[in-house]
Ligand binder design. Structure first.
Ligand code: GAL
Length: 461
């Protein structure tokens, strides 16, 4: 039995647009995802999040299921457009009430809420009226929204995450356009990323100045990163792997932990990479109480050359290919999930070490890790043995990293239940609990029972 530290946080995660539904209810405004999913051809099978898991109406049932499964922590996100239907201005009391009730329900069942303020569903009005994340004004608007959340929920919420994966908002939202707001550009990812980082810093400033002393909570940012393993031992491939990590995770974590973008990005991008003012730098530096990490897979990195052009598959790419000049491939020998992502637990351990070294041993929390399978219900059961193997192996890698001195403090399974998987619609199932979208019925998979036991024993065998 591999036991984890006593104070280790075990949880599951979801996000508002992926599970709530109720898109026209409770005084909610439209988000960029409401608009994007209704454009023909953007989402697999034309799926939308209009209803999805209907968590908006079923949240009490969902919390009861979490409690039954012995889950101790639950990470969810707030839909900004439920709180501010227009993004700013008038607060919607029904939106406040919904999240307040959810938080109370969790606490009544002994489940600790971890709240993400922004998991990609920007109020549509902000996109239409001020160009969303491309406008510097957004940072203060986000901070005001954050202030309202801290003031309304901070008496009960002690774990805050400002942004989920700003890399995705930047690259998929503004680079290749496969996610909302669907922009395609080589420069906008850097502009959007810059404002996302400024917004994060301003929200943290609000929390620290106005709330942290009295509320005694912690706040951080969650970034995503896959591991990049050099394809060969050559110096060029090792440098390519390092560069790929800096263009992926360093882009967002360096400003927060080291005070500016990675040097390799500043050199390669020149004026295409915005500069932080001294004030921005001061606000950003040290603006995370823990290192939130979403981690799913690994790719092999090598130096691009004309015979070895940069990877063009957006899902396989850690940045804008031409800019980082790295070719990324998966090892054909690796087992793959139905996302096509390699199952590579050792990559997780190596990434944890990379973070530890580069950022001075921060406390790390894995805020997402999970896998898709073609789960089907047979006689009321879902036998997802491969998901159990996946989590067991990734947790074993985490356990090893902890024993090597990495300060890993928590692990959240993506996801509590199957949900709307962005451009993949409902075709991809990540949940510990199966959702029948026609009826809304939740069916615990074998992995849910397995994870309950892990949480209960505080370890994996
Ligand atoms: C993350 C994201 C989640 C979920 C997951 C699986 O990037 O934060 O919302 O979709 O990936 O793809």
């Amino acid at each position: 039995m591999k036991l984890f530290p006593e104070d280790f946080t075990w949880g599951t995660a979801t996000a508002s647009y992926q599970i709530e539904g109720g898109w026209l209810e409770g005084g909610k405004g439209f988000s960029i995802w409401d608009a994007f999913t209704h454009l023909p051809g953007k989402i697999h099978n034309g799926d939308t999040g209009d209803i999805t898991c209907d968590h908006y109406h079923r949240f009490r049932e969902d919390v009861a299921l979490m409690a039954e499964q012995g889950l101790k922590a639950y990470r969810f996100s707030i839909a900004w457009s439920r709180i501010y239907p227009q993004g700013s201005g008038e607060v919607n009391p029904e939106g406040i009430r919904f999240y307040s009730d959810l938080i109370d329900e969790l606490l009544a069942h002994g489940i600790t809420p971890w709240v993400t303020l922004y998991h990609w569903d920007l109020p549509l009005a902000l996109e239409l009226e001020i160009d969303g994340w491309r406008n510097p004004l957004i940072a203060d608007i986000f901070a005001e929204y954050a202030r309202t959340c801290f003031a309304s929920f901070g008496d009960r919420v002690k774990h805050w995450i400002t942004l989920n994966e700003p890399w995705v908002s930047s690259i998929f939202g503004h680079g290749n356009g496969i996610m909302a707001p669907g922009r395609r550009s080589n420069d906008e990812p850097y502009l959007a990323a810059h404002q996302l980082l400024r917004a994060h810093a301003k929200a943290v400033e609000v929390y620290r100045k106005e709330f942290q002393d009295s509320q005694q909570g912690r706040i951080g940012i969650t970034n995503n990163c896959d591991w990049r393993e050099p394809l060969t031992d050559s110096g060029a491939d090792q440098a390519a792997a390092q560069r790929a990590l800096e263009f992926f995770l360093g882009w967002f974590a360096d400003p927060v932990y080291l005070g500016d973008y990675p040097e390799v990005m500043r050199e390669r991008l020149g004026d295409r990479l915005p500069r932080f003012s001294d004030e921005d730098k001061a606000l950003l530096h040290g603006s995370s109480d823990f290192f939130g990490l979403n981690h799913y897979t690994t790719l092999l990195a090598s130096q691009s050359n004309p015979d070895n052009p940069p990877e063009s598959d957006p899902y396989g790419n850690g940045g804008i290919s031409e800019d980082q000049d790295v070719t990324l491939i998966a090892d054909p020998a690796w087992e793959k999930t139905t996302m096509g992502w390699g199952v590579v637990p050792w990559g997780c351990r190596k990434l944890l070490h990379w973070i530890d070294r580069r950022y001075g041993s921060p406390e790390i929390v894995i805020t997402e890790n999970g896998c898709t399978l073609d789960d089907i219900v047979v006689d009321g059961k879902v036998e997802d043995r491969k998901r159990i193997d996946f989590h067991r192996e990734y947790l074993a890698a985490c356990h090893q990293a902890i024993s090597e001195g990495i300060r890993l403090k928590g692990y959240f399974v993506w996801s509590f239940m199957d949900n709307f998987e962005w451009a993949g619609g409902f075709s991809k199932r990540f949940g510990l609990n199966h959702v029948d979208y026609a009826t809304g019925k939740r069916t615990p998979k074998a992995s849910a029972g397995w994870y309950s036991a892990v949480v209960k024993r505080n370890g994996v065998s």
